[in-house]
Ligand binder design. Structure first.
Ligand code: KE4
Length: 424
């Protein structure tokens, strides 16, 4: 008799901090305990308690083709027959690098790492090494993984020195990060003025999706590009979530803005641990062993992860997945849109990414997102989960549709959402 989620969670809490290997999985904002997954296929996950759920987390983005896609599974199995890791260059690394550079408009050279955190962290070190400057600008509400310089919140003196956003982040490091409100170009101009010629880079999620989902205002990205160039700072797009999802070339293709560096992850690993960072060749050539900026990784370019990523991206292109994802997203929006006109809710969607804010909006940055009623969200989340729909377990996350979601999945999801909202 396999253990239940409750039994597994009780055991997990004895040996794993919080019982989870990543905090958001603990359902802490929502109350209740997480379920454990037995297996997943297509748009569905099955829990160890024999519950079948329509999954809108999709491993937080990687499962863009759905779970256990046969082409990814066979690519991983085939690669594994020839060895699971070498620490020696392998052909898959070259193929994936060539594909990323062909698809992402601003990437001329790319280096593989093992997570989005590593990708963003490496972009920062590279920008600091290239510009010989120390200060970075980030935006409130944007998440770039858990490197010290990026776990920083706005300081008391707004736009001067950041303060640690986690225990263990030295003040001296946090002070090198300036945190600006998203969509506020005047704040960015002030930060440049007040830190003249010391700013190495501006890093952002071009479409923030880690405080819920919201969008750059008209021309905000364009002005960021201009201000960064004018001040000799690098512009870094963290496309760990948007890369290869909202368009084949990510947000930089969608908005026609060329960042100097791009961080990637999630989709490019096909569900295996992969991150990557890339950009202008003159900047990337500053990386060891050619240049003075050190960066390394035992499992970087791992053959299984490369094979999974290649299989996923090639299949996504073969089926023109982006068109299907847009159709599915538009269908969901169409079916649940009327439910919001009657209630104080804000529904944001771009392509296959969507978020339901329990506030009447507008939601344009972290402060406006934080006006959401998280208790009402928690009730909504659990009510939908009870009825077989698994949304991201936090008001401040984003949901993902995959190409494996069927029209029937979307119809069922919309029905559950409408009926749940009517009863809230
Ligand atoms: P990882 O180190 O978790 O692979 O990537 C960090 C990261 C960097 N940049 C962006 C834009 C990201 O969304 C992420 C990670 N996203 C979260 C979801 N909000 C991962 C889920 C988790 O932390 O468990």
């Amino acid at each position: 008799m396999s253990s239940s989620s409750a039994e597994l969670f009780a055991r997990a809490q004895k040996r794993i901090p919080g019982g989870v290997n990543s905090p958001v999985r603990a359902f802490r904002d929502l109350g209740g305990e997480p379920f454990f997954v037995e297996r997943a296929e297509g748009s569905r996950v099955w829990t160890v308690d024999d519950r079948e759920l329509i999954d809108y987390v999709g491993s937080w983005g990687p499962a863009i083709l759905g779970h256990a896609h046969p082409k990814i599974v066979s690519a991983v199995c085939d690669a594994a027959q020839r060895g699971v890791s070498f620490g020696i260059p392998n052909p898959f690394e070259v193929e994936l690098a060539e594909l990323i550079c062909a698809w992402m408009p601003a990437i001329e050279k790319v280096r593989m790492v093992n997570s989005g955190t590593e990708a963003a962290m490496s972009c920062l070190r590279l920008a600091r090494g290239f510009t010989k400057r120390d200060i970075v600008i980030k935006f409130a509400g944007c998440y770039h993984g858990h490197a010290d310089s990026l776990l920083v919140k706005a300081g008391s003196g707004a736009l001067t020195h950041g303060q640690p956003d986690s225990a263990g982040v030295p003040k001296a490091i946090a002070e090198k990060t300036v945190v600006a409100p998203f969509n506020n170009i005047d704040a960015v101009r002030t930060a440049f003025r007040e830190n003249n010629d010391q700013i190495a880079c501006v890093i952002l999620e071009p479409i923030p999706a880690n405080a819920g989902l919201f969008f750059p205002r008209e021309d905000f990205l364009h002005h960021l590009r201009e201000e960064s160039s004018r001040n000799g700072a690098l512009l870094i797009f963290d496309e760990v979530m948007t890369g290869f999802r909202i368009a084949r070339g990510g947000a930089q293709q969608l908005y026609g803005i060329q960042p100097d560096l791009t961080a990637l992850g999630k989709v490019i690993g096909g569900g295996l641990p992969v991150g990557a960072f890339g950009g202008r060749v003159d900047i990337m050539d500053c990386l060891s062993p050619d240049g003075p900026v050190y960066q390394a990784g035992t499992l970087s370019g791992n053959p299984l992860a490369m094979a999974a990523g290649l299989a996923q991206l090639r299949e996504l292109e073969r089926i023109n997945g982006w068109k299907l994802l847009e159709q599915l997203g538009a269908d969901l929006a169409e079916r649940i849109g009327d439910a919001f006109s009657k209630t104080a809710l804000t529904f944001h969607r771009i392509g296959s990414m969507f978020c339901l804010f329990f506030t009447n909006g507008p939601v344009i940055d972290l402060d406006s997102a934080r006006r959401s009623d998280t208790q009402r969200f928690a009730k909504f989340f659990h009510a939908c989960l009870e009825r077989g729909i698994y949304f991201a377990p936090s008001q401040f996350e984003t949901n993902f549709i995959s190409t494996a979601h069927s029209d029937a999945d979307i119809e069922e999801t919309a029905r559950v959402v409408r009926e749940t909202l009517a009863k809230l």
